[in-house]
Design a binder for this molecule. Structure first.
Ligand code: ATP
Ligand code: MG
Length: 420
């Protein structure tokens, strides 16, 4: 058991005297007794309160509760507390507008407007506990494999990675932009340290209101020297996924609440871009109202029975300038990782030759002279290398089966939302 697993295993209430701080999630009022369910840092607990002795706190209030935790057949978790004292630690001015213990039925817009309180709902609580475990799994896996964590700047001058989705910011008397990814910096760092990863914000000025796009999300990025080819990168993602699922399997309460499955083993089929298109053709999954990725995902599910899929060898025009061209002209050493036909990651081998890199930049309409810092790494020689980037909110959305990426985003940034 590693540190994460053992600390999670300890994280439950135990029989005996207890003193806990929690939020009151529900109150069931009976004649002599009231039954509260409170949620503290060890999850939910039923509290039995003798109404002749103690006052019942309102739903949504924060309390310090003392008493004895005993086993109980009637409580869902098999334990409950016989309460001896309740103190309100703050007096709310209003009752919560949403239930704290049931799925919220209000519109997603209202849920996001009232984020401070919708986050207190136990479904939402479950989502972000699972997300934290997924982030931990990424860090733990890469550390275990000898990567070091880096922190690259999010304010960048000069050339960007291309595409129109850049946020410009005023930077004194110049213009800068917000980093679209740590791509160029993680490659430079890979040239210095070999194996690097970063968990940090990524900004995309994508004016699209879909259920999978945000304008700011959390990137899980890594870059490493390669021995063979990009399959080593897919191996790393496969091992990360295995660890993430193992961590999530410890979250029984959250899994029950959100109703998601954990596959017992992770063996992700890998098919080429051409094979993916042949599968779509074979199973007839292409429809006008869904993305090509969705059609690929459905075809792969029918073919392999797998929700997970790697597609590799994308055409050059679908990928950025820095991806390594394949020996087959017009194609690249790149891959996407799809879950149920939704992209959760893109990666691949990178060009490590200066002349080829400059040529590819020009072909994509970029001016090499705007990238002196990046290109100097190649001038002094770069190892054979590659990497990938995943979106934490997307991975959470897919693994937990959420409809909209906003449900797995703590504070949403999209074209219409900058607050809260
Ligand atoms: P998409 O095709 O879904 O728009 P992309 O190919 O533009 O994504 P990449 O640049 O490959 O995205 O980013 C790597 C990963 O970051 C994606 O696989 C996805 O998990 C996540 N990601 C990318 N764009 C967004 C976004 N706008 N909102 C949330 N996550 C994103
Ligand atoms: Mg991509």
């Amino acid at each position: 058991m590693n540190q994460f697993e053992s600390s999670h295993a300890r994280n439950q209430y135990e029989i005996g005297a207890a003193d806990i701080s929690a939020i009151v999630q529900t109150v069931r009022d009976h004649k002599r007794f009231a039954f509260l369910v409170v949620r503290g840092d060890r999850g939910e607990l039923q509290i039995v309160v003798d109404k002749s002795k103690l006052e019942i706190p309102p739903v949504g209030s924060f309390v310090r509760i003392q008493g004895d935790i005993v086993s109980s057949e009637k409580a869902n978790s098999g334990i409950e507390m016989q309460c001896s004292s309740i103190a309100l630690t703050s007096k709310p001015a209003a009752l919560p507008p949403f239930p704290l213990d049931k799925p919220i039925e209000a519109s997603l817009d209202l849920v996001l407007d009232l984020r401070a309180v919708s986050l207190r709902n136990n479904y939402s609580d479950a989502v972000f506990r699972c997300q934290s475990a997924i982030g931990n799994a990424f860090r733990d896996q890469l550390h275990y494999e000898g990567f070091i964590e880096i922190h690259s700047p999010k304010l960048v001058g000069g050339g960007t990675e291309g595409g129109a989705d850049v946020f410009k910011v005023a930077y004194f008397d110049r213009e800068a932009s917000l980093a679209q990814s740590p791509q160029l910096y993680k490659q430079i760092a890979c040239g210095a340290f070999g194996k690097v990863y970063e968990v940090g914000p990524v900004f995309r000025a994508e004016n699209s209101n879909t259920s999978r796009h945000l304008t700011e999300f959390t990137g899980l990025d890594f870059e490493t020297t390669l021995h063979r080819d990009q399959h080593e990168l897919m191996d790393i993602e496969e091992r990360f996924l295995g660890r993430a699922l193992k961590y999530l399997s410890l979250f029984q309460r959250e899994r029950q609440l959100l109703g998601f499955d954990i596959p017992s083993e992770v063996q992700i089929p890998r098919i080429s871009w051409q094979e993916a298109n042949q599968l779509v053709e074979k199973h007839g999954t292409s429809t006008p109202d869904q993305t090509h990725d969705k059609a690929i995902g459905q075809a792969a599910k029918l073919e392999f029975g797998s929700r997970f899929l790697f597609v590799y060898g994308y055409p050059e025009d679908e990928k950025p300038f820095y991806v390594m061209p394949s020996s087959e002209p017009g194609f690249t050493e790149s891959f996407d990782f799809l879950v149920d036909g939704l992209e959760v990651s893109s990666g691949g081998e990178r060009i490590n030759d200066l002349a080829l890199l400059e040529e590819r930049m020009k072909a994509k309409g970029l001016a090499p002279e705007q990238y002196p810092g990046y290109l100097s790494a190649f001038k002094y020689g770069m190892p054979k290398h590659g990497g990938a980037g995943l979106g934490l909110e997307r991975v959470t959305q897919c693994l937990l089966g959420l409809h909209n990426v906003r449900e797995s985003t703590l504070f949403v940034r999209d074209p219409r939302r900058l607050d809260p």
